[in-house]
Design a protein around this ligand. Structure first.
Ligand code: PHE
Length: 458
């Protein structure tokens, strides 16, 4: 254990796991998915998925990691068998592919920080929707920003678990929350704010389709960093006397709160600008926020640049956890030097991300890459659909089945008792087991089947 490193204590783990969870998923993705899926009704389903389905899986992942002290592949091989190892392998692969596109979007945030802070982006008459379209298809700028982001990620991961990952998260997360709360207060003073709030908070269940459930489920997995073993990997650095039950609950609450606040920030701002639609899609924060910063006058560029900088930080504590998964896999399985592995894997993933970068208008081939679900999809959407929307719930399904049914000698329960001996025989323990065995796998399975049918055959 000493050679693999570890978190300094339970708070260190909570901070790092919350840092992994809180990221672009909360601030970039969650709001636009709410916007595209009818508002408050989506929010309600999302919350249910997070607590009822994902929280038990988070416990399972952390327990598997701590018990084996290995990466997802090694972990499943050790306490499962070769076939379970495949689930771990799928997780490692998903981590690589998710990081490949995540790094591109993080590059956009980084670019907006530079352009607003130093490039004079916030000037009158700029159409931010058009600007965003031009920005993402400009390959030279994007290359620079995403290389920059990958380098930062690699440096932190190379710094190790405690000094790198843990320390930075503890500093940056609180700043992000302060910034968001500030923007919420500002947004609520604007005309149209109340329409935004009612869109976000008053559910209209007639808007719900099968797809709403699936999108909410996939988003919950993505936002909580579940289903690919990121928390198996982080769990492998948790001490035996730290209780993981309370920790998982805290991480979930922290992640959900920040997503919720991000919605509270964005919808009043969106509805205060008549030119912006809530269903604007992946460009939503990049289009809605600059217009607002512009109205702030001379402090606008400062506030705007700070916001995107903090968004970068939130993304950074997530890219770090994504990179940690394949790095732990390679170092555990092949006994390689950690630092060298970090730089090698990061470089590899950067290249894997190039088609995604090109798929936002720069290359026709990657922009209209495949046809399914009734329209041409770009390469980014394909990778996101397969390795995030499909692979994470599927991975979560198997993780729950493993912990609930297949882990021998009550391995899962026993792992939960470490640091929490009082759990044995309690109602809480029975609840956890019930959720892991029945609720998580069956609900994920049901939603999964329905939506695979929908995505590919509609
Ligand atoms: N949870 C992160 C976010 O919301 C993304 C992520 C997914 C990180 C999977 C690690 C593993 O931005």
């Amino acid at each position: 254990m000493a050679s693999r490193g570890g978190f300094s204590n339970r708070l260190g783990f909570i901070a790092a796991a919350a840092g992994s969870a809180v990221g672009l998923g909360n601030i970039w993705k969650f709001p636009y998915e709410v916007g595209e899926n009818g508002g408050a009704a989506f929010l309600v389903i999302y919350l249910a998925c997070a607590f009822l389905i994902c929280l038990p899986i988070m416990l399972a992942e952390t327990a598997i990691g701590r018990n084996t002290r290995l990466n997802p592949f090694g972990a499943f091989n050790k306490i499962g068998n070769r076939r379970w190892g495949l689930v771990g392998l799928m997780g490692v692969l998903s981590g690589i592919m998710i990081l490949s596109f995540y790094n591109v979007v993080a590059g956009w945030a980084f670019g907006y920080f530079i352009q607003i802070g130093f490039g004079g982006l916030l000037s009158e008459g700029v159409n931010y929707g058009e600007y965003f379209g031009g920005f993402v298809s400009d390959i030279t700028d994007n290359l620079l920003y995403s290389i920059g982001f990958m380098v930062l990620t690699a440096l932190i991961v190379a710094g190790g678990v405690q000094k790198g990952i843990e320390r930075w998260t503890k500093i940056l997360m609180p700043l992000l929350v302060i910034m968001i709360v500030g923007l919420i207060s500002y947004g609520l003073t604007l005309d149209g704010a109340m329409d935004g709030l009612s869109f976000y908070l008053v559910p209209d269940f007639s808007e719900i389709t099968a797809n709403t459930f699936y999108t909410a489920l996939a988003q919950a997995f993505f936002s909580l960093s579940l289903g690919m073993g990121a928390l198996i990997t982080y769990g492998s650095y948790v001490g035996k006397d730290d209780s993981i039950v309370g920790a998982a609950a805290l991480i979930t609450v922290a992640d959900i709160s920040i997503a919720f606040l991000a919605g509270l920030m964005i919808f009043p701002l969106v509805f205060s600008q008549p030119s912006i639609e809530a269903n604007a899609g992946p460009g939503l924060v990049f289009v809605a926020l600059p217009g607002i910063f512009e109205t702030m006058g001379s402090i606008g560029p400062f506030i705007g640049a700070s916001f995107f900088l903090l968004l970068c930080f939130a993304a950074l504590t997530s890219t770090v956890s994504l990179l940690e998964v394949p790095v732990a896999f390679v170092t555990d399985q092949f006994k390689t030097n950690r630092k060298k592995t970090v730089y090698l894997v990061a470089t590899f993933i950067f290249f894997v991300g190039l088609p995604t970068m090109l798929s936002q208008g720069a290359s026709d081939f990657f922009t209209n890459f495949v046809y399914y679900g009734g329209e041409d999809k770009d390469f980014f959407t394909l990778i996101e659909n397969v390795f995030s929307d499909l692979a994470l719930p599927l991975g979560g399904f198997f993780i729950a089945i493993f912990a609930g049914w297949s882990w021998k000698n009550k391995g899962f329960q026993k792992e939960l008792y470490f640091g929490n001996a009082a759990l044995e025989g309690t109602f809480l323990e029975k609840m956890i087991m019930f959720m892991v065995r029945f609720v998580s796998p069956f609900v994920v399975g049901a939603i999964f089947i329905i939506s695979v049918l929908q995505i590919f055959f509609n």
